[in-house]
Design a protein around this ligand. Structure first.
Ligand code: ATP
Ligand code: MG
Length: 329
């Protein structure tokens, strides 16, 4: 099997055909430059599901901005609204209130035709269940060609082969999904999602059914796609491994963005490169802040807190305690 490592090596291992055939994500599949500015903007996004007389607030004022070419992870407890967000970004569901735009498409206001076009050409989606991503009676290559046929594209076989090569599966092009391993099926699913050169790739728990070694490989394939094609990638996951593969991990709690972990590499005095991961709480435009649950529990913070503005920081005190006025604390 062709590994991603081989593909990354210059010369023999990497076919020039990839660059020639695959459109970079900065351009539409028709070759036009995509609009500049953030590729994904969620502004105060709300999604309420009505079940009989009950209302479930799945997203409650979620804000998120993703720049072109970013690869981010979205994490959060079960029921926090991750799939709801991804379904909206994928054009499968619409927000109850607030705005979501992707690559210039306003997702709350698309008509039927632009929605079809959006789902076919602007986003690619990978689901957790491998069976949901691929048609069982088609070969890997035919699965990748299908979205191109629906969009009326030419040179489908060539492009399908280039995409399968990009995900390290060139030698499995004629295999049907049942003859591929779970990890290989997810690689094909990535190629299918990239078929029409989308600006954004969305993946909902893409490694949920895979062991940790194979999960690591899938994250590496996504990273490879991100660097080679410049495709913006949003991965929803429970997998703690993911933060090693992305620069930004966004945590969602109760339907809102609560914190962000930024990862960067720093060179220490001894010349060693170290990965620094730092967690930040998210401050939304209305000035709202979610404190981590652990902080709330440790200090017994509830209902209201006392804020003290200092020269260069803000202190948060339990409402019952009285910070001394000024002086050293
Ligand atoms: N179609 C629906 N009808 C009613 N409620 C729904 C629907 N889809 C999701 N919900 C509710 O919305 C909330 C958010 O669900 P969502 O599927 O987005 O969570 P999640 O973060 O993806 O969870 P998981 O990690 O378990 O996949 C949950 O309370 C869920 O029960
Ligand atoms: Mg989910």
């Amino acid at each position: 099997m062709t590994s991603i490592r081989q593909l990354e090596e210059p010369g023999e291992g990497r076919a020039p055909v990839i660059e020639e055939i695959l459109t970079p994500a900065s351009h539409t599949s028709a070759g036009r430059p995509r609009p500049s500015g953030p590729v994904i903007v969620c502004d105060n996004l709300v999604r309420i599901y009505k079940v009989a007389d009950l209302e479930v607030v799945a997203l409650q004022g979620l804000d998120l901005i993703v720049e072109p070419g970013e690869m981010i992870a979205i994490v959060g407890a079960s029921g926090s609204g991750k799939s709801t967000l991804l379904n909206i970004l994928g054009g499968l569901d619409t927000p109850t209130a607030g705005r979501a735009t992707v690559s210039g498409y306003d997702l709350g206001r698309m008509g039927r035709r632009s929605r079809t076009r959006y789902r076919r050409e602007v986003v690619g989606v990978i689901w957790q269940q491998t069976g949901q991503n691929l048609l069982p009676y088609l070969s890997a290559a035919a699965n990748v060609e299908l979205p191109m046929a629906l969009a009326g594209r030419g040179s489908r076989r060539e492009r399908a082969n280039a995409l399968l090569q990009l995900v390290g599966l060139a030698d499995r092009a004629s295999h049907r999904p049942e003859t591929l391993s779970g990890g290989e099926q997810q690689r094909v699913a990535i190629a299918v999602a990239l078929a029409n050169g989308p600006a954004v790739l969305l993946a909902d728990e893409p490694t949920g059914e895979l062991d940790s070694a194979t999960s690591g490989e899938i994250f590496e394939v996504l990273r490879h796609v991100n660097t080679e094609l410049g495709t913006t990638i949003v991965i929803v996951t429970h997998d703690p491994l993911v933060s090693e593969h992305v620069e930004r991990t966004v945590a969602i709690r109760d339907g809102r963005t609560s914190s962000v972990v930024l990862r960067r590499t720093e060179q220490a005095h001894d010349g060693e490169h170290r990965i620094i991961a730092e967690e930040f709480a998210v401050l939304d435009r209305a000035g709202r802040l979610q404190l981590p649950r652990a902080h709330l529990e440790t200090l017994g913070l509830a209902d209201r807190v006392r804020l003290v503005l200092e020269d260069d920081h803000v202190e948060i005190w339990p409402a019952g305690s009285r910070p001394a006025d000024g002086g050293d604390r």
